[in-house]
Design a protein around this ligand. Structure first.
Ligand code: AMP
Ligand code: ZN
Ligand code: FE
Ligand code: FE
Length: 277
């Protein structure tokens, strides 16, 4: 099985449309579309996959939660994309992203980096994220790469960073469950104090942990495997593909999930509803 369980499209901060991603993934058996705070890419991905005959599309989400500890992201698999309460919550997050994006552009202007907000919106197409601002900065010649934009201006401790209200990691687990999804702690090693965080999440019903991810080194993976066994967590993995203009190191399919991950996720999803895929 060729599988990628962590894929972004331009519904959030990925470079490619869902159709383009599916065209790139034609040789895959299954991909999960896991955009930040939106499921809007799923329908187009499904239509394109139906046209090509592959891959299977697993509906997913990646929710950004409290940011005082770095990037604490919660993946949701088999979420019901037609759940009204879920979509209301996601819409709220996207509105907050929009306002926060505008504030970051204003902050950048005060630092001498002048971007047109309209251009950022154009690049974004969907849920506005920092990578869109970074790409506008590259385009306008202020920085050489998205990476440099983060390093100099918009990383979590950068001078143009703006925080926004988010769910706590624990609340995000609940939101995903209420939408029928399976909650998986994404790239744990990017969060400060992730070991304690993981324990707290297990206590509120976390289902799994992303063991295979480009930002987890081999030592972290070994530790995560042990913790997953200890807490009966499903082990997953994915590339966090965004496209080469956004994350050049994260090639589609570069991180296979452990054997049996997709089956385990689907079995677990039955606990929260009836997975319609
Ligand atoms: P946001 O959701 O707007 O807070 O942006 C967070 C997203 O930016 C992450 O999910 C990554 O896709 C990307 N990102 C975070 N840090 C970096 C970095 N140092 N270089 C490139 N992309 C990054
Ligand atoms: Zn992203
Ligand atoms: Fe993430
Ligand atoms: Fe991601």
């Amino acid at each position: 099985m060729r599988v990628d369980l962590h894929v972004h499209t331009n519904a959030s901060d990925g470079q490619y449309t869902p159709s383009e991603v599916v065209a790139l993934a034609r040789a895959f058996d299954l991909i999960a579309i896991t955009d930040h705070d939106t499921t809007d890419g799923v329908a187009e991905a499904r239509a394109a996959a139906a046209h090509h005959g592959a891959p299977l599309i697993l509906p997913g989400i990646e929710i950004s939660t409290a940011e005082d500890r770095g990037d604490v992201h919660m993946l949701g698999y088999f979420v019901r994309v037609d759940d009204a309460g879920f979509q209301d919550a996601l819409r709220g997050f996207r509105e907050a992203r929009f306002r926060r994006g505008q504030m970051m552009v204003e902050k950048l202007a005060r630092l001498g980096v002048h971007l047109e907000w309209a251009r950022v919106e154009q690049i974004a197409a969907g849920a506005v994220g920092r990578p869109h601002i970074a790409r506008a900065m590259v385009e306008a010649g202020y920085v050489e790469s998205v990476r440099e934009a983060f390093d100099r201006y918009i990383s979590n401790d950068g001078p143009a960073y703006v925080a926004r209200k988010r769910l706590t990691p624990e609340e995000s687990v609940d939101l995903i469950h209420r939408a029928g999804g399976v909650a998986v702690f994404a790239h744990p090693a990017l969060a400060a104090g992730w070991r304690d965080l993981l324990k707290g999440l297990v206590a509120v019903g976390l289902d799994g942990v992303e063991v295979n991810h480009p930002s987890n080194d081999e030592r972290t993976r070994l530790e995560l495997r042990a913790l997953a066994a200890q807490h009966s967590l499903i082990m997953t993995g994915g590339s966090d593909f965004h496209g080469p203009a956004v994350k050049p190191g994260n090639g589609l399919g570069c991180m296979a999930p452990p054997e049996g991950a997709v089956f385990a996720l689907r079995e677990r999803a039955r606990r929260y509803g009836d997975p319609d895929v």
